[in-house]
Write a protein that binds this ligand. Sequence first.
Ligand code: E4P
Length: 224
Amino acid sequence: MEIYVDSANIEHIRHAATLGFIAGVTTNPSLLGKEDSSMDVKQRILEIHKLIGGHLSVEVISTNTKGMLKEAEEIVKWFPEATIKIPMIAEGLTAVRELNKQNIPTNVTLVFSATQAIAANNAGATYVSVFMGRLDDISNNSTEVLNDICEIWDVQDYDSRIIAASIRHPIHIIEAAKAGADIATVPYKVIMQSLKHPLTDAGLEQFLADYDKMQTERQKVISV
Ligand code: E4P
């Protein structure tokens, strides 16, 4: 399972890019707005693209097909490898079908059920983003929904790639990997949290202390 960063924060993305295992970035209007409400979106997206190089999903804000297609046309002018993030609404699926014909990759976002995921795949989506945290927020079991979707993908041999999104904690990453999601898009804070273990820190501290002790003993022997 690949890991993307779910962020529009340049410092976080810059650091995440150095970690060696990040394959892309997903953004959305809320993530962009959280950074700076007066931001030049195009500039920020290009800055992120330069940093990460890999997958970058950019979300449209139109809710009608024509508007979505116009925005997509503009975004691919910014950088041709862009993946266009389209909301899971009927008008969005029509846009996905059209963009698929033009070989422009799409990421259908705000997917909360298996039937929505099937529709997105059949419309020609490249990626289907299943929101885990928001399902859990309303007491729906996100693991069950994701398991169903991944099972359907196996049985049907669907081509689109499943992104586990709305990740809130490291257990979501584990559940997504067990279910068979292709990608988990993870907030920076959760990425860093997922790398930590108290036994790693304690173990490293001990190794370094033992090495220091060894050096001190060696110095004593040499100076006798
Ligand atoms: C990613 O594509 C989504 O926009 C994002 O994961 C949503 O996360 P949230 O539910 O924490 O806002």
